[in-house]
Ligand binder design. Structure first.
Ligand SMILES: [Cu+2]
Length: 766
């Protein structure tokens, strides 16, 4: 259906230079082109043009319609080229820049924003480094891309997860694809894929220069947190330069009962500078940036982060042609990370260093095969390299000397992914999407050594070095979606998928069964020690999910969406108590049966299943000139995860809900939010995971916008409730017991959540 005549091609390309500007959603239906302009406020939510190929009847785009924007329809004689963008599955949730900014009043931790999506939660870690979890699985099972860039954790505790490389205010768009996402979204994850966009380019609409920006400063009373965030753009019609970044600092927070929660302080800065150039139908972007964290305390780890520095370069290209759309990106990222002890809460000396790099590319082409069919093919390569070593604590032979402990020696993991995907719009009611994907993962590492060659380290090192470390996994994924939209008020979607994740470098190659070394490994925040397993195989999730959504025809007054799902994970990478080893002080017979203390675990494959339901909705309760607009908003998530042998999965979020009333009157907006979390009773027996009681929190916020100035005020945990974080892990710092070593960490204490905080943010736009 696309014109192949030179004149037609030129016209199409001229049209596409406009389409490429952010904020344009394009509707293409047989012979009719409608360009939908999304207002500035909604632009951040649409970084790429969204294309919907329709059958006979043109139908408004859901996202564009949600913006409730004045729309401008342009009828063109030629059909426009097809853009990228798979049908967005109905269970997908997008967090907009406005939401991210609003949440940044309370937090500097980007991963905690995941809790705003149904089924989302965050594993507690450092104050700006929590790990995202969705539908009962977290950490590496949720793949995060920042502007297509993948970042593997460069730390045995995953202290520097991908979302710690952006501050919440840098987020222009955060989209979470759940377990049945199209294969074009990515490979090598089983839970969810989170795509984050920062600083999408902004171009001047006509001749001349456009300068825009904002600077804001914030303060949070609990933990005395403060910081600044900035974004600034200078652009003309074809070139755009944007800086975005922020700095934040906080001391330890206090729980509801007034106790200072030790080792929860942090300081962080993230910066990114992008340069974009658009020509007819082409958009080029190069972004450079970096991070610096001088310190970040970890209440649920034995060590703290005492240095983390990263730098990256990321280039992207998006082009629209008469045959479709092409997208390419390539990046390089490197991290240097050091762990130590932040006094006075933790003391001692034990340097641990990690150096890692990530390099990769991604290519994706979308073809409009007919007026009903889109074909997408893609290829990506991702390589991660990691060195992890612990310098000797003593220069003489002893427990921790005289040699360097080599934890991971030139570990590397490469992945080549290829996919093909077919999207068909049968008519205005039925849409299907099917895709197949292959990922080949190669991992390997060099030989290792302990602090010395004595039995405590020497036996394990010799055992590990004697084995071949090279592993190749050939993984096949598939995804199928069937969507039925009987009218303007409902949508039903069935999704089936198989997704595979290969073990990470620590799961495979952490080698020492010495108690101290094992306690340094693990991103679970439970105080347990971990040992890798060379015999691990990839985990394969088979997921079925059904989404039903209803809304009023204009999608303005009410909407409700419900998604039940079931996932069977073959070879889920969980843990066993480590098998008894002669000479190991950790893997003993007593360790096998302990129920009330920290334990030593080895990664192991087990079949498991998860099921649950997510629910969310909105309802406008009033709208008028006197009292403004009031909207009730709610979400609920329930998930249960268990191994087939009856062991519960670790860190599964208990039933939880949010209910909020948002009010807008002119430039004034207010919100009251009730957060309800059920008791966590289904805990992992093998981890000796702790239960947590139920709790309820109330949060308030208000904001007023003058011309160039905006003031936001909020109260988190209004009633100063004392509660425990269900996914916060174990508090390893605040409770001690007398032991042979003088004092050691006491087992059995959860991490208390923050008590009341008064928050303020002042923003100035220019
Ligand atoms: Cu670390």
């Amino acid at each position: 259906m696309l014109s192949s005549s030179p004149a037609g091609t030129r016209r199409a390309l001229l049209t596409t230079s406009a389409i490429l500007s952010p904020g344009f959603a394009v509707l293409l239906s047989s012979g009719l082109l409608a360009v939908t302009t999304v207002p500035a406020a909604a632009q951040n939510a649409v970084s790429m043009p969204t294309i919907v190929v329709e059958g006979a009847k043109p139908k408004p785009n859901r996202q564009a319609q949600r913006s409730a924007a004045p729309r401008r329809a342009v009828v063109a004689p030629e059909p426009a080229p097809i853009s990228e963008g798979p049908v967005v599955p109905a269970d997908t949730t997008t967090i907009s820049a406005a939401t991210a900014t609003s949440r940044s009043l309370s937090t500097s931790d980007s991963a905690s924003l995941i809790a705003d999506i149904p089924g989302g939660a965050a594993w507690g870690a450092g104050g700006v480094s929590s790990l995202p979890a969705i539908n009962g699985v977290g950490a590496d099972r949720v793949q995060v891309a920042i502007n297509s860039m993948l970042i593997s954790p460069a730390c045995p505790n995953e202290m520097n997860p991908p979302l710690s490389f952006v501050n919440p205010t840098m987020i222009a768009n955060m989209r979470a694809y759940l377990g049945v996402a199209p294969v074009s979204v990515g490979g090598d994850y089983i839970g969810a894929k989170v795509d984050v966009t920062t600083a999408p380019p902004l171009f001047a609409k006509g001749p001349g220069w456009l300068t825009t920006g904002q600077v804001s400063g914030f303060f949070r009373s609990n933990g005395n947190g403060y910081g600044v965030d900035a974004i600034a753009t200078v652009a003309n019609a074809d070139t755009s330069v944007t800086y975005t970044g922020g700095w934040a600092k906080a001391s330890d927070y206090k729980a509801g009962d007034g106790t200072r929660i030790k080792s929860t302080l942090y300081e962080i800065q993230n910066h990114a500078l992008s340069i974009s150039k658009q020509t007819f139908g082409n958009l080029f972007t190069v972004q450079v940036g970096g991070q610096f964290i001088p310190y970040q305390g970890y209440v649920n780890q034995y060590m703290d982060m005492v240095y983390n520095q990263s730098a990256f370069i990321n280039g992207r290209y998006e082009g629209v042609f008469d045959w479709g759309q092409f997208e390419a990106s390539a990046f390089y990222h490197q991290v240097q990370h050091t762990m130590g002890f932040i006094a006075p809460d933790k003391t001692g000396s034990m340097p641990m260093d990690t150096k890692a790099s990530d390099i990769g590319y991604k290519l994706k082409a979308s073809f409009a095969v007919s007026g009903h069919d889109l074909l997408r093919v893609g290829n990506e390569f991702y390589h991660n390299q990691l060195d992890d070593w612990w310098d000797p604590v003593t220069k003489t032979a002893g427990m921790m000397g005289p040699n360097t402990f080599v934890n991971i020696n030139n570990g590397h993991r490469s992945r080549l992914g290829t996919f093909v995907e077919w999207e068909r719009h049968w008519d205005r009611e039925w849409t299907t999407l099917v895709g197949l994907r292959n990922d080949v993962v190669w991992s390997d590492t060099g030989d290792v050594q302990g602090y010395n060659a004595m039995a405590m380290y020497g036996t394990d090192a010799a055992l590990f070095n004697a084995r071949d470390h090279a592993k190749t996994d050939v993984n096949f994924d598939g995804s199928a979606l069937l969507r039925y939209e009987p009218g303007l008020t409902s949508q039903f979607e069935l999704g089936l998928a198989r997704k595979t994740r290969s073990p990470n470098l620590y799961e495979r190659y952490a080698w020492s069964s010495a108690a101290m070394a094992m306690k340094m490994i693990g991103w679970f925040g439970d105080g347990n020690g971990y040992l890798g397993n060379l015999d691990l195989v990839p985990e394969k999730a088979h997921t079925a999910s059904f989404t039903a959504a209803w809304h009023d025809p204009a999608q303005k007054f009410w909407e409700v969406r419900v998604t039940p799902y079931y996932s069977y994970v073959q070879d889920y990478i969980d843990v066993d108590r480590c098998a008894v080893r002669g000479g190991s002080s950790a893997c003993t017979a007593a360790n096998l049966t302990k129920t009330n203390n920290f334990v030593f675990l080895q990664f192991a494959n087990h079949d498991a299943y998860l099921y649950g339901v997510n629910l969310d909705g909105k309802l406008q309760v009033w709208d008028g000139p006197v009292y403004g607009r009031g909207v009730l908003r709610g979400q609920l998530g329930y998930v249960r995860g268990e191994r087939t042998d009856g062991v519960n999965l670790y860190h599964v979020m208990p039933i939880n809900a949010k209910l909020a009333l948002d009010h807008t009157l002119g430039n004034w907006n207010n919100s009251i939010e009730l957060q309800l979390v059920g008791a966590k009773d289904d805990v992992s027996q093998v981890h000796n995971e702790l239960t947590t009681p139920a709790y309820a929190l109330v949060n308030l916020r208000t904001g007023y916008q003058w011309d160039a100035v905006r003031l936001d005020l909020g109260v988190d945990n209004l009633f100063n409730t004392n509660y425990y974080l269900p996914l916060g892990g174990a508090d390893l710092v605040d409770y001690k017991v007398v032991s042979m070593m003088g004092s050691s960490t006491a087992y059995g204490y959860n991490v208390a959540g923050p008590g009341r905080s008064l928050n303020a943010r002042l923003t100035v736009k220019f």
